[in-house]
Design a protein around this ligand. Structure first.
Ligand code: HEM
Ligand code: HEM
Length: 222
């Protein structure tokens, strides 16, 4: 089924489907994921001597790593400038709010969840924090090679540590998105933009209820 355009009001989707992600959100996700994989592969080649020797073009790999980082930053700015900023701001507000239900959910209790469950909020917050720290430590690695006053002990270690931590996070993320039977339907939302309403109600009850009330208000207003 074709995805709705970015301008469509959230929640309005044919029949029993509900719009989950706008074009802007999907573009941001897939751009970030592609850049991350390219940086991970090139980073690992730089990190592992065996791979560096095998590829034997360390300088080329290093340049690709750095230019992908630049392209990632540019693409991020482009998406913020031309994309649906209102929706991204709503996402951010939702992600940074850990409410009572989220705290219960994190303690392993049953609690209704909003558009993002507490685990997804933590994943998103860590992804943002890691991206900033990757960019900062990577920038100083690059600058330190050009001006030795900017060589700081531990910058490389921070960069390496972030790599291991984010791979751990990613393995969990990919398991839930691609393998776990009850959550893998979410992939539909990140590809077409829509998910089944029944699935959404089961996993994100507070969100579906809020959408229902919003659409009732919309219909009743003149
Ligand atoms: C804006 C983002 C980033 C920038 C500016 C950046 C920059 C750099 C620079 C300048 C180096 C040093 C290259 C060298 O002299 O050997 C490096 C190495 C490396 N990067 Fe990144 N990087 C970024 C993101 C990432 C990401 C997302 C990952 C992994 C997911 C990553 C993994 C690595 C690894 C594993 C190394 C090798 C470190 C070592 O040899 O100990 N980088 N990066
Ligand atoms: C093939 C690779 C990937 C797949 C299949 C995938 C799949 C998904 C899906 C289906 C969602 C939506 C979940 C929902 O309905 O809420 C999602 C959200 C998200 N993804 Fe990915 N993803 C991939 C790679 C990545 C990478 C590399 C990162 C970051 C480094 C990332 C970060 C996020 C974040 C922060 C969210 C929102 C919070 C969450 O749902 O956990 N994803 N991803």
């Amino acid at each position: 089924m074709a995805s709705l355009p970015d301008s469509a009001p959230p929640g309005i989707a044919p029949a029993d489907r509900i719009q989950r992600f706008t074009l802007t959100e999907r573009a941001l996700h897939w751009m970030h994921a592609s850049a991350f994989f390219a940086l991970l592969v090139t980073g690992l080649i730089l990190y592992l001597p065996a791979l560096s020797t095998l590829i034997s073009r360390r300088n080329l790999v290093k340049n690709v790593h750095i230019w992908v980082a630049v392209a990632w930053a540019v693409a991020l700015v482009v998406i913020f400038v031309v994309g649906n900023r209102k929706r991204l701001a709503e996402d951010w507000r939702e992600i940074e709010t850990i409410d009572r239900d989220d705290r219960r959910w994190l303690r392993g209790r049953r609690a209704p969840q909003g558009r993002f469950n507490a685990g997804q909020k933590i994943n998103a917050l860590l992804t943002v924090a890691f991206a900033l720290l990757f960019a900062l430590s990577g920038f100083f690695l690059w600058l330190g090679e050009r001006d030795h006053r900017f060589i700081f002990a531990g910058t490389g270690t921070v960069h390496d540590l972030l790599t291991f931590l984010s791979v751990g996070l990613l393995v969990g993320h990919l398991y839930l998105a691609l393998i776990h039977p009850s959550t893998r339907h979410a992939l539909r939302g990140m590809t077409t933009g829509e998910v089944d309403e029944d699935w959404a109600r089961k996993h994100h009850a507070k969100w579906v209820e809020a959408e229902r009330i919003a659409s009732l208000h919309e219909r009743s207003s003149p």
